[in-house]
Design a protein around this ligand. Structure first.
Ligand code: FAD
Ligand code: FES
Length: 252
């Protein structure tokens, strides 16, 4: 796979450190996959892994939802219309979207909501899809404006207003019927708490998680992204994942 030089089509600031970057991209992608994005600074050699937020094959517009965490993502937030950027992808194993007649909950914490947009678009045609999100700050709930408003969308925020519940994303599982599937992305403690709650409820729900780890190559060559699974076996997140069954990773 070759890296592609994309053009910046738009940058939208959603909160002081969360933004959507739209770039041109000619190739098909899968929901839950990620791109390696070269930071526009020659001192930053390693590309940054970023999930696919949305993709429109007709306009060849690929969207990324990015949190400015360090220098690399900060530089990406400053890119403007027409600038060029080198990208590599799409990479990894995505979420299974060839599913019908299931009750599916997509759960994202913070920027972990990113892989859920394209996933919801593909699943909603043949399934009953809910989107549950958890944010630190209410302002970040504007990410949910990108989702189809016909979906069941609920969220919590820690600095809540009257529009949403205060608390943790796991609270949203309290008063619902057992779903067939949960797809989740966000901090590892959050995904583990979701899986633990499913087990405590004695649900048979299959929980899929999107793992994060530090990545250098994105294609299985550097072993930089290796994590241990529940049997203490080493697995490469970039090629074996980033999507895994929760029971393969967590010892709960
Ligand atoms: C498969 C995958 C998909 C991702 N998708 C998204 C996404 O859709 N949106 C998004 O905002 N971020 C995403 N990330 C995280 C993103 O790659 C990091 O935030 C980014 O690389 C940080 O680069 P930086 O130069 O800004 O920060 P650095 O200066 O490199 O680091 C700043 C801080 O971020 C932490 N950090 C760096 N890399 C990671 C990482 N991979 N995971 C967790 N913390 C990290 C560092 O420990 C440090 O505390 C994803 C990561 C992976 C592995
Ligand atoms: S990032 Fe290099 S092996 Fe996974």
């Amino acid at each position: 796979m070759q890296s592609i030089t994309s053009t910046i089509l738009n940058t939208t600031l959603l909160s002081p450190d969360l933004f959507v970057l739209d770039i041109s991209f000619p190739n098909p992608v899968q929901a839950g996959q990620f791109m390696m994005i070269k930071v526009p600074d020659n001192s930053k050699i390693l590309p940054r892994p970023i999930s696919i937020f949305n993709y429109d094959p007709k306009t060849q517009r690929l969207s990324l939802l990015i949190r400015s965490r360090g220098q690399g993502t900060e530089l990406l937030s400053k890119m403007s219309l027409g600038q060029k950027i080198d990208v590599f992808g799409s990479l990894g194993k995505g979420f299974d979207t060839n599913i019908s007649d299931k009750n599916i909950i997509l759960m994202g914490g913070g920027e972990g909501i990113a892989p859920m947009l394209l996933t919801s678009e593909l699943l909603k045609k043949n399934n009953d899809v809910s989107v549950f999100a958890g944010f630190r700050h209410q302002i970040e709930a504007s990410t949910l404006d990108y989702f189809d408003s016909d979906l069941d969308i609920q969220y919590t925020a820690q600095d809540h207003s009257e529009n949403c519940a205060r608390g943790l994303i796991t609270d949203l599982l309290d008063d619902i019927d057992e779903p067939d599937y949960i797809y989740t992305c966000g901090p590892i403690p959050m995904m583990k708490a979701i899986y633990t709650k499913v087990l405590h409820k004695k649900w048979n729900t299959k929980v899929f998680i999107s793992m994060e780890s530090h990545m250098a190559c994105g294609v299985g060559a550097c072993v930089g992204c290796t994590v241990k699974d529940c049997h203490n076996h080493s697995i490469r997140v970039c090629t074996a994942g980033p999507i895994f069954l929760a029971e393969e990773i967590f010892n709960v």
